[in-house]
Design a protein. Structure first.
Length: 592
């Protein structure tokens, strides 16, 4: 056994702009380096979101769209897909791996994706639907969703000319013409094929556009309760047929997901109760959230009459349907991770101005407690309307920090009085994890995060991933009616003589359903076990890097890594190199 020494969404009232207080309570040198730098221009990222504003204040205009970070060409670095409301989506190929340069360069390869005629693009999900080793894409919209199958020629000499996606929506049977926002690929029935959940928001028609007004009487975007909720859908992947094509079937009714509706804006798949089956948490705007617990392949009640795996909404009993005061909130973005470091999956949900972003801590059995106020997340999040969110380990101490990206959905009176043409912008936020007498706390460290977090824009999507493969998590932020931003993490690098401070893992299998939702435990001598989950879903309308990063902190000896595959198999590895990414292929570890 190898022992390594390591050192260290809308509301009837106006959104109200307030101060963005820093509550870190820790001394910090005034000259401290920025946490992130804006590398948008130097990377070649030139995407600008156009929300299709027409003067009619159609509801889809204000919501905005997301982004996906994924390895489209299998060259070992993250590429970027950006969803556009109008004028077509954009795909950028990261040339980091092919050029050997340390700097991220994004090359536009939009010709690789079919042209879209969708009027309002929204969200994106990534996953390998046909188990061919190439990552496919599902794009949601107000209107026609699209399934894009990756048909690229991928080899060592891959170029932008060999990167191609084909629209297979009709053949796969995954079309949906409602107002869809989140989508999630996950293997809910553990057959090795990625299934597809599509979250739908409101039943809105442009022909029947409502007129709503703010508290001062001027016209503004309508609150979600002005429209009925739209039903979500679940598609089961039936695998590749004799014709070489993938087929899905709508199993929404059979699985029980049609029993309750909500105005869905966020969704994430994970095993919340530790039974080995992937569940689904759904964030609903101004309605109770849903926790769809997978009943598994049990005789009763886990299967319907035809043998289909079923779900049951247990959010109310589990304590994560509403906040501690019993109120539904304007849930937009969602994150699931072991935030408190006790080995189970917690939930973090973003909300509207006047509310707080909500942290639900898991007791290990799928029962959650609202710990927002106790952890210090209440006051700094209350002035903001937050959409995208996610966890990352900023200083590689093994503890997960939080990032939220913010932007209003109702006119902000301060910018409006100053003549701002789009008065919905707000600054984004970073919350640092720390322990106070053994208790979890979060500090708002936005004010010392650097110029990249001093910008005020109408942010929506947040995609997390290591774009430059240097062992820390970078960030792509989408802005409604504004430019997308690439923020590179500037964590100080260890000097050559210092021990490594991180360990990166990529999980691989010939069945994509093995990887999504797989839990990984890193055991350390003299320090707590670190738990991470391989997934792409979460945030708002975005998809993240499925690779896993472990910050190793100070004076911890790594003993082994345990991989709990989503299929139910468990393997261990011991000899893992540090300061680099290692691919763990299912079947090559030691069975546990």
């Amino acid at each position: 056994m190898l022992l390594l020494l390591i050192c260290g969404c809308a509301d009837p009232a106006h959104d109200t702009p307030q101060a963005n207080p820093a509550t870190d309570g820790r001394s910090q040198p005034a000259e401290a380096a920025a946490i992130f730098v804006d590398a948008t221009d130097r990377s070649g990222l030139d995407f600008v979101h156009h929300n299709g504003s027409s003067g009619h204040l159609y509801p889809p205009e204000i919501m905005g769209s997301g982004a996906a970070l994924f390895d489209a060409d299998n060259d070992g670095d993250l590429d970027l897909y950006l969803v556009q409301a109008t004028h077509g989506d954009r795909l950028y190929r990261n040339t980091l791996a092919t050029t050997g340069e340390a700097a991220v360069q994004l090359e536009p390869v939009t010709e690789a994706i079919p042209a879209s005629t969708t009027e309002f693009g929204m969200g994106i999900a990534t996953g390998d639907i046909d188990n061919d080793g190439r990552i496919d894409v599902y794009v949601t919209a107000f209107g026609a969703n699209r399934m894009l199958r990756n048909t690229s020629t991928l080899d060592a000499a891959a170029t932008s000319q060999t990167l191609r996606f084909a629209d297979v929506t009709q053949h796969t049977g995954t079309g949906d013409h409602q107002w869809s926002v989140p989508a999630v690929f996950f293997d809910y029935d553990r057959d090795g094929w990625l299934d597809l959940y599509v979250g739908n928001y409101l039943a809105v028609s442009l022909e029947d556009n409502k007129v709503c007004r703010g508290v001062t009487g001027e016209r503004d975007y309508c609150a979600p309760d002005a429209y009925p909720s739209a039903p979500d859908r679940l598609f089961r992947n039936r695998g590749v047929g004799t014709d070489g094509q993938v087929a899905f079937e709508d199993v929404t009714q059979q699985t029980g997901l049609d029993r309750e509706l909500g105005a869905t804006l966020g969704a994430i798949a994970a095993d919340f109760n530790g039974d080995g089956w992937l569940d689904l948490y759904v964030a609903n705007d101004r309605q109770p959230n849903h926790l769809w617990i997978n009943q598994g392949r049990q005789e009763q009640p886990g299967r319907s009459a035809d043998g289909t795996v079923t779900f049951r909404n247990e959010a109310q009993l589990a304590g994560c349907a509403v906040n501690a005061e019993g109120f539904s909130e304007a849930s937009m973005g969602v994150e699931a991770a072991d935030i408190d470091g006790d080995g189970d999956l917690d939930l973090f949900v973003t909300h509207l101005v006047g509310e707080t972003n909500t942290l639900y801590l898991n007791d290990g059995n799928g029962i959650f407690e609202d710990r927002t106020i106790a952890t210090g997340l209440g006051t700094p999040s209350q002035p903001m309307t937050a959409f995208g969110a996610g966890t990352l380990d900023l200083d590689l101490d093994g503890r997960l920090d939080l990032v939220t990206v913010n932007g209003a959905v109702k006119i902000l009176e301060g910018p409006a009085r100053q003549g701002d043409p789009f008065p919905y912008h707000q600054p984004n936020q970073i919350f640092a994890h720390r322990l106070v007498n053994g208790n979890l706390r979060f500090d708002d460290i936005t004010q010392r995060a650097g110029e990249a977090f001093a910008v005020s824009e109408t942010s929506r999507g947040a995609a997390f991933g290591d774009l430059d493969n240097d062992g820390d998590t970078d960030l792509v932020i989408t802005n409604n009616q504004g430019p997308a931003r690439l923020l590179l993490n500037q964590r100080p690098r260890p000097a050559p003589h210092q021990p490594a401070a991180w360990l990166g893992i990529r999980l691989a299998s010939d069945r994509a359903g093995d990887v999504e939702g797989t839990r990984v435990a890193l055991d350390r001598e003299g320090a707590p076990t670190l738990w991470r989950v391989s997934r792409t879903s979460g945030s708002y309308a975005s998809a993240r890097d499925p690779r896993l990063l472990f910050g190793l902190g100070e004076s911890a000896k790594v003993t082994r890594m345990r991989v709990y595959w989503a299929s139910g198999d468990v393997e261990t590895w011991t000899e893992l190199p540090l300061n680099t990414y290692t691919t763990l292929t299912k079947g090559t570890g030691t069975a546990l």
